[in-house]
Design a protein around this ligand. Structure first.
Ligand code: NDP
Length: 248
């Protein structure tokens, strides 16, 4: 265990928004445990890059949707690092199609990864956090979970479910010094938005008051804030990072 350093688990921390969060937290002095599902090459590259920061970084293939894997991820963290200060439930997938064409499998896969995965990892992490009487959990939802989106009924339902999970968990564990918050990004430049045509991008951009897509760094800065002492009195909150796309 690295004396004095904080320890964060980031599910899906090997690319996209998760990797940006990992870079930021490494820079802020966290030791890291990153999980991924199957892209070993990308995961190893991320692990190598982050290890060069001097932080202790473990990268594990671990499916958040599987209870044993989720449990092992947290167990590994506590065994190897002695504690878990933060859990970022970031792993997420899409299987977009209109509801009339959506298979049961498309529904189940998205709900199981995006929603049940966060439940399983939170459940495993809360036990050591309760013992420590401290901890931070951040759930990665989406503005789509707040406003809905045609072609994403499964994803929107999972992300809306994460908001309920966030608020309920926050109420359960608040008295033990654990905060639970959610971040709802809008359009962020990752593989997800790379595939959109210029025409669609232009149409989407017209709906964003700040006039640009977000970057993974726009999201990672907010995660760093929620893990910082400045956010000690914030729990059960859903923070939108969307350039003003959705205003409640
Ligand atoms: P990416 O597709 O770039 O990365 C997803 C990461 O999650 C990868 O590391 C992937 O591993 C991992 N992952 C996927 N399924 C599992 C699983 N079952 N178990 C463990 N790890 C898994 O996603 P983004 O960075 O774009 O998105 C990150 C989060 O932010 C998601 O929850 C997404 O819904 C949310 N979000 C993204 C937005 C965007 O515009 N990009 C907008 C709003 C929310 P592997 O590489 O092995 O597949």
């Amino acid at each position: 265990m690295t004396e004095g350093s904080r320890v964060a688990v980031i599910t899906g921390g090997t690319r996209g928004i998760g990797l940006a969060i990992a870079r930021r937290l490494a820079n802020d002095g966290f030791d890291l445990v990153l999980s991924y599902r199957g892209d070993k090459e990308v995961a190893e590259a991320a692990g190598q890059e982050l290890s060069s920061t001097g932080r202790k970084v473990h990268v594990l293939a671990s499916d958040v949707a599987d209870a044993d894997s989720a449990g092992s991820l947290i167990e590994h963290t506590v065994n190897e690092f002695g504690k878990i200060d933060a859990l970022i439930n970031n792993a997420g997938i899409t299987r977009d199609t209109l509801i009339m064409r959506m298979s049961e499998e498309d529904w189940d896969t998205v709900l199981t990864t995006n929603l049940k995965g966060a439940f399983l990892c939170s459940k495993a992490a809360i036990r050591p956090m309760l013992r420590q009487r401290s901890g931070r959990i951040v759930n990665m939802t989406s503005v789509v979970g707040l406003v809905g989106n045609a072609g994403q009924a499964n994803y929107a339902a999972a992300k809306a479910g994460l908001v309920g999970l966030t608020k309920s968990t926050a109420k359960e564990v608040g008295s033990r010094g654990i905060t639970v918050n959610a971040i709802a990004p809008g359009f962020i430049e990752t593989r997800l938005t790379d595939v959109l045509s210029d025409e669609i991008k232009e149409t989407l951009l017209k709906t964003v008051p700040l006039g640009r897509f977000g970057t993974p760094e726009d999201v990672s800065g907010a995660v760093a804030f929620l893990l910082s002492p400045d956010a000690a009195y914030i729990t059960g909150h859903v923070l939108t990072i969307d350039g003003g796309l959705f205003m409640a």
